[in-house]
Design a protein around this ligand. Structure first.
Ligand code: AMP
Length: 213
């Protein structure tokens, strides 16, 4: 099964992607996580991506399409995968189509997580992530039991550099301009499903499951 998660920054793509990944036993591929890993490791990809990621702009399409092509050819993707944060432009969506067509694979569902942009800034500035297992917390709605420590693996929590108000605003602008047109693109393909992303994460997950049944 191939699933694409669409939605603005902070709509819960990562949280829902991890839940879906466990439930369906297929990998969740987060291009943001891959880029942050590369930046941390100071790899050639990281050197190229750093400036874009830190300022909230998009890494160029050719780099992203190459990255995804390589990733989905790996063995763990043979039964399907969940894309979180890719595609983010029409050019990326077209690039993905070409790659998948070559492998005779089709996208089963594009799940669009819908939410009022106004509620997202609060969500994002309060987001914290586990440096060990990647679990996502929210200081207001889903805080860890011990401050700064992951409940699951006890590693320390960190705040993403781009989860600052000014960068968040830039990421929303980028989303509106470059990513939102994908809603129409996938709607035209007949595979778009809308799911409300406000509320409790387990409730949202239930709704997601309903639409992909
Ligand atoms: P995310 O974790 O999905 O919010 O992504 C964080 C940042 O990584 C974005 O603001 C972009 O700078 C970069 N990024 C992630 N995915 C893509 C993509 N598909 N195309 C271009 N840039 C991306």
């Amino acid at each position: 099964m191939v699933i694409i998660l669409l939605g603005p920054p902070g709509s819960g793509k990562g949280t829902q992607g991890l839940l879906l990944s466990k439930a369906k036993s297929i990998p969740e591929i987060s291009t943001g996580d891959i880029l942050r890993g590369a930046i941390k490791a100071k790899s050639p990809l990281g050197e190229k991506a750093n400036e874009f990621v830190t300022s909230g702009r998009l890494v160029p399409d050719d780099i992203m399409i190459g990255l995804i092509e390589e990733r989905i050819q790996q063995d763990d993707c043979k039964n399907g995968f969940i894309l979180d944060g890719f595609p983010r432009t029409i050019t990326q969506a077209e690039g993905l189509e070409k790659i998948l067509n070559n492998g005779n694979i089709k996208v089963d569902f594009v799940l669009n997580l819908t939410i009022e942009l106004s509620s997202l800034i609060k969500r994002l500035v309060n987001r914290r992530i586990c440096s060990g297992c990647g679990k996502i917390y929210n200081l207001l709605t889903m805080p860890p039991e011990k401050e700064g420590i992951c409940d699951s693996c006890e590693a320390s929590l960190y705040q993403r550099k781009d989860d600052k108000e000014e960068t968040i605003r830039e990421r929303f602008n980028v989303y509106k301009r470059q990513t939102e047109p994908l809603i129409q693109f996938y709607s035209n393909h007949g595979i778009l499903k809308e799911v409300s992303a406000s509320g409790d994460k387990d409730e949202i997950f239930k709704q997601l499951n309903k639409v992909i049944e």
